[in-house]
Design a protein around this ligand. Structure first.
Ligand code: GDP
Length: 310
């Protein structure tokens, strides 16, 4: 059993590689839900949907989110009504949010609802929200604390951020399914998701961090930072909020205590000594995933590296 911790588009690339190269039912994916939002009364879980659609083969591979060939007629009508439409939701995607919201209203929890959506989409891996409770990332921009999607989608993550918090995290509980996926894993992979926005919220969920420190599984990370910046998005700029530099070594330091090894890009090979001095083993390889083959190769190398650390 292999368990991955993942955010959205960037991390789902490697999760797809794991899914394609492992027996699919041996993979569990614990997904960040601190980006979840209420959009026009609907419960939207962007990272859960990205992982589900990606593993179901429904997402356009280049864009990495949404549903291939989706249409936008509902959004077009909403625009006509003057509703906020900066959050792009396609017609088929709306069905997911409607179904999820209805299930939650009728008493199902997010884990059960996610399972139904994934199974109906023929996904054979276990996709698990990090918690069934509400957690929301907020970022301090000037004097204001802005909601995650306002910062990320509406303002295109251009603002300088001085602090981050995950509202609701202290009262949130991990789920029996998540604890089981960690306890019974042979390998745990902190995939190349944004540390501050995707992985740290998962690690901060009560119960998960303690278990990750104590589990018998080999724990490895894959760095989202290549050279001095993220492959995409604001992860590099946000590393300072975690108290670390924007580098593979900074990512290793941010996860110290929770990982036994890290996969870093070959351009960062000169950081291996610094990382190994933290007691973290290093594997250097090409980590930028453009093609499906890149995803498969990096997934296979990550699993082999983890097995070599046993
Ligand atoms: P996103 O914000 O929805 O894309 O979701 P994630 O938090 O899962 O992933 C974002 C991170 O993925 C960014 O920090 C990127 O640097 C990283 N990323 C994207 N593509 C790649 C890639 O091909 N290789 C590596 N190593 N990291 C990547």
């Amino acid at each position: 059993m292999i368990t991955a911790l993942c955010g959205g588009v960037g991390g789902a690339k490697l999760v797809l590689g794991l899914y394609r190269t492992l027996p699919p039912h041996e993979l569990s994916v614990i997904v960040n839900t601190a980006d979840d939002l209420d959009y026009l009364g609907l419960h939207v879980s962007p990272d859960l949907d990205t992982v589900t659609y990606t593993l179901a083969g429904m997402s356009p591979i280049k864009q990495g989110w949404g549903i291939e060939g989706d249409t936008y007629q509902a959004l077009e009508n909403l625009r006509r009504y003057g509703a906020p439409t900066w959050f792009q939701v396609g017609d088929r995607d709306f069905a997911t949010h409607l179904f999820r919201t209805d299930q939650l209203r009728h008493g199902a929890n997010l884990t059960e609802t996610t399972k139904r959506i994934a199974e109906s989409s023929q996904v054979r891996a276990r996709i698990l929200p990090m918690t069934n409770d509400g957690v929301s990332t907020r970022l301090q921009v000037g004097d204001e604390w802005v909601a995650f999607q306002d910062y990320f989608v509406q303002r295109r993550h251009r603002d300088a951020v001085s602090a981050i918090r995950y509202d609701g995290i202290e009262e949130a509980s991990s789920t029996p399914e998540v604890l089981d996926a960690l306890q019974n894993a042979e390998i745990i992979v902190l995939v190349n998701s944004n540390p501050a926005l995707s992985i740290v919220p998962i690690l901060s969920t009560p119960g998960i961090n303690d278990l990750l420190i104590a589990v018998s599984a080999v724990r490895v990370a894959v760095s989202p930072i290549v050279g001095t910046d993220a492959v995409s998005g604001p992860a590099g700029r946000l590393m300072k909020l975690l108290g670390h530099e924007s580098s593979a070594a900074g990512v290793a330091a941010a996860y110290a205590g929770c990982i036994d090894g890290i996969v870093i890009d070959e351009v960062d090979a000169n950081q291996a000594d610094e990382i190994e001095a933290l007691g973290i083993a290093v594997h250097c390889t090409r980590t930028v995933m453009n093609t499906l083959e890149d995803r498969d190769r990096l997934a296979t190398e990550t699993v082999s590296f983890a097995r070599s650390l046993r």
